[in-house]
Design a protein around this ligand. Structure first.
Ligand code: MLT
Length: 245
């Protein structure tokens, strides 16, 4: 099995993702929040790169059908119903609704995957479910969203956690150098990474941003391992994210 990590979207040319299974990773917070929204019963998510595009798509939908969610600068966007805190995405807020969603880095990383064969969204909350979803694949890429063009430890650690779990049942992995580094970063957390993960996420680039905004609870939410078996898949042909498990 080939398993490549790209520490930033720009490090993966579209042709390097073409025809592959890609796990998009924006642990703080886009992929965590989208997975939570689908767990809470949102019918689907439309990822948008731009705020104006999100507003237009929501405005074209019947009254009450859409929930506008996302952030700029980490904060809820003016006129949007919800921000980018996963805990906001309760059944009362989103069940049966289409979430029209835009974030600074996460939804843009998804744009990179238009040539991929299959795209799933990775979070610590569904780590084992993601590993199960990709374990049988022959050719897989883990695409870290990063923060504003810079590598972020939280995404790299998640990539390392996926590699670590897959390695436990498949010794025949071909890793690129970034995958090797991600794997070593995860192994550096020792035998009980769950005990250290929240602390590491708080110290990461994305975590520091959230702490400075008073959003420590979002870091704690994102650090929980295997709280859901929901798998969110981006269907590139219709540009919708749906729950597939
Ligand atoms: C993003 O997609 O840029 C992140 O989810 C930012 C954030 O934490 O809101």
């Amino acid at each position: 099995m080939a398993l490549d990590v790209y520490l930033l979207p720009d490090r993966a040319a579209p042709e390097q993702l073409a025809g592959r299974t890609v796990v998009v990773i924006d642990v703080l917070r886009a992929t965590t929040t989208i997975t939570q929204a689908l767990s809470a019963g949102a019918s689907e998510v439309i990822p948008c790169s731009e705020v104006a595009e999100a507003r237009r798509i929501a405005a074209e939908m019947p009254d009450g059908a859409a929930v506008l969610g996302g952030e700029r600068g980490g904060l809820r966007i003016d006129g949007f119903h919800l921000g980018n805190s996963p805990a906001e995405y309760t059944p009362a807020a989103v069940a049966g609704k289409t979430l029209v969603f835009t974030t600074t880095n996460g939804t843009r990383a998804m744009e990179r995957c238009r040539t991929a064969r299959r795209v799933v969204l990775g979070t610590f909350n569904n780590l084992s479910a993601i590993v199960s979803a990709v374990r049988g694949e022959r050719d897989c890429a883990l695409l870290c969203a990063g923060t504003d063009g810079l590598v972020t430890a939280e995404d790299v650690l998640f990539a390392g956690a996926v590699i670590h779990q897959i390695t436990s049942s498949n010794r025949d992995l071909e890793l690129n150098d970034e995958a090797f580094l991600a794997s070593r970063a995860w192994c550096g957390l020792g035998d009980r990474p769950d005990l250290l993960l929240e602390k590491c996420l708080r110290a990461s680039r994305g975590g520091c941003n959230l702490l400075s905004l008073g959003m420590a609870e979002d870091v704690a939410f994102a650090a929980r391992i295997d709280t859901t078996s929901t798998v969110a898949e981006l269907l590139a042909d219709v540009w919708r994210i749906r729950r597939v498990a």
